[in-house]
Design a protein around this ligand. Structure first.
Ligand code: CDP
Length: 215
């Protein structure tokens, strides 16, 4: 019985940073499930698999050659960390993530991350689908505008110039696909603790989560 802390929510809400903070605090493993969807998107583009070729995408998902090493994402052994972090890859990821067969093909792979001493799982359906029995479920929200601003800053730190209007539009489109899809739509689990981060900086988010978890 491996303890799992799930963190779900839309794009740019600070899940990744909170997840990393909590893994440091607990010594738990980390599942960045979005990176798996991004790796699938990267592989689909690389292998010229059409985004409506369900059998092709499922086959790739079943044998996805992605590995996580420290903070790097490897695809067929190549470090693709920055390549999968682009908004283009994110768009493709959210498109293939709509397909139920693709989600099913990635399910066991995600569950396998739950190893002792525990797991912090970051994604869209960690609390609702992948780890529904998790005793600790967090759900982060914030307005699309606030999230777009954060994403622009984050991209700037990576040396990528981003246009705020474009990013806001991308985020809204991705939100629509994530919340509107039939399989595993983005929503808080019934027993999730919802944290609105619109007026909190990342340190405040971490402190708030910590106080909810341990006090
Ligand atoms: O970094 P950001 O939150 O923008 O995206 P991500 O977590 O890397 O996920 C990229 C895309 O993968 C999302 O827009 C979702 O459509 C999809 N995804 C999903 O469907 N289920 C998950 N558990 C994680 C990601």
């Amino acid at each position: 019985n491996v303890p799992v802390i799930t963190i779900d929510g839309p794009s740019g809400v600070g899940k990744g940073t909170l997840a990393q903070y909590l893994t440091c605090k607990t010594g738990f493993h980390l599942l960045d499930s979005g990176a798996i969807y991004r790796a699938l998107a990267f592989g689909a583009v690389k292998n010229a698999i059409a985004l409506d070729d369900v059998p092709g995408l499922v086959k790739l998902a079943e044998t996805l050659p992605v590995e996580f090493k420290a903070t790097s994402i490897l695809y067929e052994g190549e470090d693709v960390t920055s390549k999968v972090r682009t908004e283009e890859v994110a768009g493709v990821a959210s498109t293939v993530a709509v397909i139920p067969e693709v989600r099913a093909a990635l399910l066991q792979r995600q569950k396998d991350f739950a190893e002792l001493p525990g797991l912090v799982a970051d994604g869209r359906d960690m609390g609702t689908v992948v780890f529904p029995a998790s005793p600790v479920k967090l759900y982060l929200t914030a307005s699309a505008e606030v999230r777009a601003e954060r994403r622009v800053k984050q991209l700037k730190n990576q040396g990528i110039d981003a246009n705020i209007a474009q990013i806001t539009q991308d985020i809204k489109e991705r939100d629509e696909r994530d919340t509107g899809r039939k399989t595993a739509p983005l929503r808080p689990a019934e027993d999730a603790i919802v944290i609105d981060t619109s007026d909190l900086d990342i340190q405040e988010v971490c402190r708030k989560a910590e106080s909810l978890l341990w006090e």
